[in-house]
Design a protein around this ligand. Structure first.
Ligand SMILES: Nc1ncnc2c1ncn2[C@@H]1O[C@H](COP(=O)(O)OP(=O)(O)O)[C@@H](O)[C@H]1O
Ligand SMILES: [Mg+2]
Length: 317
């Protein structure tokens, strides 16, 4: 019988490349929109594979119930022994930049100095522990949420007192050492099923929102611009990074050890050539324009991994 892939999602704009990749591998696809919903614990989830595509930025699309509901759905699926790609453990990591920092350091990766703070007084106290410039981020991030650059604790204090600060979905704020990159790009390493797919460079000179999905490239001021237009995606370029790079090897080992089956992981390089890793995206998206250039289509690679590696083990489970 043909396997069904059940996709838990919140942003429909990110589904088409995924569905195309899954269908190309002959899967039935069932899309499950997670915002409102109900779970009866006495019922069994449908058979098949479950793929979690719920993003930490869901609340910014008016879906503030998505992340809390996803937590319960994932627990229910795993309780019943369903095979979930990027299940609870990967999901909780994606929802917390603090946890990402802990994990990255445990796996021997260099990260920028990072502190989590809740409440105005603690934010200022945390800021006083930084020597140079630092940035703030929402602990539950995505899309560059809550990212502001400060040169001093006093500057942050003034900003907080002005009331302009956005405390994010739950008040948990990350303060992080600002890494001054001499070249205006970050690198994103794409890993699926313990395999390095490719790395790309994202230009940072237009701000902190670096989602690679073609659907995210439409300028808000002109929604008629075609997202597949190469000029709208020129923010992204292939990176020369290869699978045998020691940093890539550490990232792959971390993903395997932690059961993160799909990830786009970002790092930035300072003037001395030090590489700092700061973001693990489980709900990663791939630039279609870049895929046309390189011939590597991320969602097709993900679907192939499911077909060749995950499904055979499902059958014998
Ligand atoms: N420590 C840092 N130093 C310099 N720039 C950073 C740092 N952290 C993040 N940035 C910039 O902000 C962008 C968004 O930050 P990130 O942590 O990836 O948040 P999100 O989860 O919202 O994508 C990054 O891609 C990078 O361009
Ligand atoms: Mg990021």
């Amino acid at each position: 019988m043909n396997t069904t892939v059940h996709v838990l999602y919140e942003n429909p704009d990110w589904n088409p490349p995924l569905v195309a990749g899954l269908e190309a591998q002959g899967f039935n696809v069932e899309l499950h929109f997670l915002d409102g919903g109900l779970i009866d614990p006495s019922t069994e989830p449908a058979e098949g594979l479950w793929l979690n595509r719920v993003s930490p930025s869901s609340h910014t699309r008016d879906h503030s119930s998505t992340v809390p509901l996803a937590r319960e759905v994932l627990f229910w699926l795993e309780h019943h022994g369903r095979r979930v790609i990027n299940g609870s453990h990967a999901f909780e990591l994606e929802m917390s930049k603090l946890r990402q920092d802990l994990l990255l350091r445990r796996h021997g990766l260099n990260t920028p100095k990072t502190v989590l703070a809740v409440g105005t007084a603690n934010l200022v106290a945390a800021a006083r522990t930084f020597d140079g410039p630092f940035i703030t981020k929402h602990n539950q991030g995505g899309k560059g949420l809550g990212i502001e650059l400060f040169n001093s604790a006093d500057q942050l204090e003034t900003y907080l007192n002005d009331g302009a600060f956005d405390p994010g979905p739950d008040g948990k704020i990350i303060l992080q050492q600002y890494i001054q990159a001499p070249e205006p790009f970050i690198t994103r390493v794409e890993i699926v099923g313990g395999r390095f797919l490719f790395a790309m460079r994202s230009r940072t000179d237009e701000g902190f929102q670096l989602c690679p999905s073609d659907a995210c490239q439409v300028p808000a001021s002109n929604p008629d611009v075609c997202p597949a237009d190469p000029s709208s995606a020129s923010k992204f370029a292939p990176s020369p990074l290869t699978a045998d790079d020691p940093l890539v090897q550490k990232l792959v080992a971390m993903c395997v050890a932690e059961g993160i089956e799909v990830a786009g992981i970002e790092f930035i390089v300072d003037a001395e050539g030090n590489r700092y890793v700061y973001d693990i995206n489980g709900t990663t998206n791939y630039s279609g324009v870049l895929a046309e250039q390189t011939g590597v289509h991320g969602m097709h690679e993900l679907a192939k991994y499911l077909r060749t590696t995950v499904v055979p083990k499902l059958a014998v489970a």
